[in-house]
Design a protein around this ligand. Structure first.
Ligand SMILES: Nc1ncnc2c1ncn2[C@@H]1O[C@H](COP(=O)(O)OP(=O)(O)OP(=O)(O)O)[C@@H](O)[C@H]1O
Ligand SMILES: [Mg+2]
Length: 380
């Protein structure tokens, strides 16, 4: 009768003879049987062992009769299946027990076949509940997965659209470069050749950066926070930028004298973040035609238990509208020269470090970025 391994039944009856007979019958049917002689004992055993099925006499001496026991068990665990044993003429009590969510009732004298049928129904009910719960859980997991997939798809769609747009611009640039090269060769025009080559070189650089950004965005990688030497790290970042501006009318000022020796960071990620900000500063200085000389300051220091990076430029600055949108994915004011990935990625990286970014900017004056990174526990 008992399916899927042995089910436990708690059998409650004040008459020892009935308990014995039923215990033997139930054991023979494959159940583990616990017995109790009254409601008090039954509740104690129930709390300790939590059997899925309780078979109890409806009339029992003592404080706790069958109905009371049923109510208390249901309160403790509503999933318990309780079958009531009733005498002839206990119809009112039987109805009352059904109202209290008893699963079934059987009448005395107990017919073993009737008991078998009743318990089979109980087991089917238990099995169905289990299946229903599994289905519900599966369904919930599927809905969650679908929502995540939908979000990812819509951001993917947005991304593909925007990348295609950016690519189109870059291809136009490439076409222009190729045209210059073609006509330069045909007319043996050296300046044209030079110009065409430069256009192709710049555009290739942009495409390379775009592809790297896409890869960076598409790949979800874990941060590897580790103790890192701060000054060599900052110097490496500064070198990258210095290399970019070596033939440009601007200078990079390093201020590393208040830097801490070590900090827990992921240097690979943080390098990307800082370079994105510094590259924007370079762009802003190049774009600005109002000032005779441009300067970018790159400072790192320890302040209030945090690692701080200050990056300041005297380039174009941003109006409030641009500043508001600067961190949005794909927001760019640079046409084909920008994709709007930079600050979005930077923001993500700093957040992953548990840090913050603050920006101050004034149109025509310049921009100041301040990044603060607490020192997280490398094991956390
Ligand atoms: N230092 C700055 N000075 C002036 N404007 C800035 C500065 N930094 C960011 N911005 C503005 O914020 C926008 C978004 O920057 P972000 O780095 O995300 O994209 P992008 O530089 O346009 O393109 P990408 O970095 O993907 O090549 C820029 O297009 C620019 O308008
Ligand atoms: Mg940028």
């Amino acid at each position: 009768m008992a399916q899927e391994g042995k089910q436990t039944i708690l059998l409650v009856d004040d008459e020892e003879d009935i308990r014995d007979v039923l215990r033997i019958a139930l054991s023979n049917s494959g159940y583990d049987v616990l017995t109790a002689k009254d409601g008090d004992e039954a509740l104690r055993i129930f709390s300790e062992t939590r059997p899925p099925i309780v078979l109890t006499d409806i009339k029992m001496p003592g404080m706790i009769d069958g109905i009371e026991l049923l109510q208390r068990i249901k309160r403790e665990n509503p999933d318990t299946e309780v079958v009531m044993i009733t005498g002839h003429g206990d119809m009112d009590l039987a109805i009352q027990s059904l109202k209290n969510e008893a699963t079934d009732f059987i009448t005395k004298p107990i017919n073993v076949e009737a008991l078998r049928v009743s318990l089979q129904r109980v087991e089917e009910k238990i099995l169905m509940k289990k299946k229903l719960m599994e289905y519900t859980q599966k369904l919930e997991a599927m809905i969650l997965e679908k929502t995540e997939l939908r979000d990812r798809l819509s951001s993917l769609g947005l991304m593909i659209g925007s990348i295609s747009h950016g690519m189109k611009g870059l291809l136009t640039n490439l076409d222009a470069g190729l045209y210059l090269l073609d006509s330069g060769i045909a007319k043996n025009h050296k300046e044209r050749l030079q110009e065409g080559l430069e256009t192709v070189r710049q555009t290739t650089g942009r495409i390379k950066k775009l592809v790297l950004d896409i890869l960076f965005y598409a790949k979800e990688r874990e941060l590897k926070i580790r103790p890192s030497e701060v000054v060599p790290f900052a110097a490496e970042v500064a070198d990258v930028i210095e290399n970019k501006i070596k033939d440009k009318p601007m200078e990079l000022v390093r201020k590393f004298d208040r830097a801490p020796k070590q900090w827990n960071i992921d240097p690979d990620f943080l390098r990307t973040a800082l370079i994105n900000i510094l590259e924007n500063a370079v762009d802003a200085c190049l774009e600005d035609t109002e000032k005779p000389f441009h300067q970018i300051t790159f400072e790192t220091l320890e302040q209030d238990g945090e690692l701080v990076f200050n990056i300041q430029d005297n380039g174009t600055g941003m109006d409030s509208d641009t500043l508001e949108k600067a961190f949005n994915l794909f927001f760019s004011t640079k046409g084909t020269k920008g994709t709007g990935f930079g600050l979005f990625i930077t923001d993500n990286i700093i957040k992953q470090h548990g840090g913050t970014i603050q920006v101050k900017s004034a149109r025509g004056k310049g921009t100041q970025f301040c990044i603060r990174i607490p020192s997280p526990d490398p094991d956390a």
